[in-house]
Ligand binder design. Sequence first.
Ligand SMILES: NC(=O)c1ccc[n+]([C@@H]2O[C@H](COP(=O)([O-])OP(=O)(O)OC[C@H]3O[C@@H](n4cnc5c(N)ncnc54)[C@H](OP(=O)(O)O)[C@@H]3O)[C@@H](O)[C@H]2O)c1
Length: 285
Amino acid sequence: MTDLTDKIALVTGANSGLGKATATGLAKMGATVVMICRSRERGEAAQRDIIQQAGNQNVHLLQADLSVQAEVRRVADEFKGRFNQLHLLVNNAGVTLYERQITSDGIEATMAINHLASFLLTHLLLDVLQASAPARIININTVPWRNTTVHFDDLHFEKRKFSGFAAYSETKTANLMFTFELARRLQGTGVTVNAVHPGVFKSNLGKQNRPRPFSLMLWLFNPFIATPEQAAERVIHVAASPEWAAQTGRYVGKGEKDIQPPPQCRDDDAVQQLWEVSQRMTGLA
Ligand SMILES: NC(=O)c1ccc[n+]([C@@H]2O[C@H](COP(=O)([O-])OP(=O)(O)OC[C@H]3O[C@@H](n4cnc5c(N)ncnc54)[C@H](OP(=O)(O)O)[C@@H]3O)[C@@H](O)[C@H]2O)c1
């Protein structure tokens, strides 16, 4: 097992599912783990579990609702006020929504959480990541529908009927473009950026409002679906293993095999547009 003593890792959405399993795995390897959780109560419960399971007291909690950009900015400042290094950032927090929701910033909520929160948080922490290099950024992704395209003319589903699957797929595609472009921009800085598809695993994702047929299908397949702990093994490997120290700009799944991204991710104009739109929507430009 790689020894991560003296390394600081920040994991978003660390109170449940993949985020909690990843935080636990990193804490077992000796890292100082900082969890960002939406609910202080759920965060504290998970923090106690992780400390107990990992036998590592260096597990800290920061509370923030990442759908609200002012909270992303506040939590980034809070992190920098308490820690002066960051070696690993895991942008894990994510949602699947089955009804259209608009955040207090006026943004469709799937876009706000799955893409813009990671875009903004990563940018706000880039200085400390670069000063701590070698450092790694991991964006948790999925396999979007093959031909998913980000609809730049309707990012908030104002013109189209809302579809939770489409919104999820589009926001993960946006996040893939961000991953590839950030990796390109950070070449030579000692900070790597990769996207990991953890596979399908047992999850709370969208649990509150899942359509019935989908819940039934998940229930039927439940015995064959991986646990978050199994899914986290892949993330932890990319996050911590020496073989991944210099790999960047990759999008990997099972067996560390590269996944073919939707074609839009290889369209330079679309990537540039995604970057500029994300900057504008997060107030970074
Ligand atoms: N499950 C799968 O099969 C699968 C497959 C591919 C990719 N993924 C990806 O894996 C990641 C983790 O998902 P999961 O399956 O582990 O689901 P999960 O158990 O629901 O975990 C999602 C985490 O994100 C947090 N989160 C959601 N909205 C937030 C917000 N506004 N502010 C702060 N935190 C927020 C949740 O906090 P709360 O507990 O407060 O809601 C929770 O801690 C996601 O990015 C997902 O897209 C999952």
